[in-house]
Design a protein around this ligand. Structure first.
Ligand SMILES: O=C(CO)COP(=O)(O)O
Length: 210
């Protein structure tokens, strides 16, 4: 894909997320690795429903702005994850309703906030560790995510939202949608007896993914 095609894809995927209610106002940010040393990021304060390809921010991995508008304040953690994990090619950060609701609960299992009860959650995400609360843009979010960047695909930011990675932007968006749906089901199922997947069922799904 050319750089322009990557920019147009980001605009279209972001608009689709916005139009389907995955994000509102100016919340959320997306990024994709353009090449070994450059990353495309959504500008700070921008609505994901109204991005413009020519205004998207291009940064080097050190955080220097190469072109476009001022980048997302969360670009600090996006860049840290790309530096720490060469396999990470795209990142979605949303304040989507059900995952953000989940992030506000007390006594979450910080190793994994959602125990698996559907196969696609296992196949697309696996586990959902919880990062402690820091204000949006805080450097500590980057530190915490950087330390875990090699160990998982999705992370819940306490009282804030979610961070999901992928092998390209479409993959990261699909993983995010699956995870938001899983959180929605988790709340729908509150008060009912869930049959969680067994360890063997989870292992079987993980083996098939390889
Ligand atoms: O979601 C956000 C903060 O967590 C939005 O921040 P930006 O507008 O700087 O991307």
């Amino acid at each position: 894909m050319t750089e322009l095609e990557q920019k147009i894809e980001m605009v279209n995927l972001a608009r689709s997320l916005f139009e389907r209610g995955y994000t509102v106002g100016g919340a959320g940010n997306l990024s994709v690795r353009l090449d070994e040393n450059r990353v495309l990021v959504t500008p700070t304060g921008s609505s994901l429903g109204r991005l413009q390809a020519e205004r998207l921010s291009v940064l080097d991995l050190a955080g220097n702005l190469l072109s476009g508008d001022k980048p997302s304040k969360e670009s600090v953690f996006h860049l840290e994850m790309y530096r720490k994990n060469p396999e990470c090619h795209a990142i979605v950060h949303l304040h989507s309703t059900y995952l953000t609701a989940l992030s506000c609960l007390e006594n979450l299992n910080t190793e994994n906030a959602i125990q698996a009860f559907t196969p696609y959650y296992v196949m697309r995400v696996g586990t959902l560790p919880v990062i402690p609360y820091y204000r949006p843009g805080d450097i500590n979010i980057a530190k915490e995510l950087g330390e875990r960047a090699l160990s998982g695909k999705a992370f819940l930011l306490a009282n804030h939202g979610v961070v999901v990675t992928g092998k390209n932007l479409i993959d990261a968006v699909d993983n995010t949608e699956e995870l938001e749906e899983t959180a929605k089901l988790y709340f729908i199922l509150q008060g009912q007896k869930i049959r969680y997947l067994t360890e063997n069922e989870i292992k079987d799904l993980q083996n098939r993914g390889k």
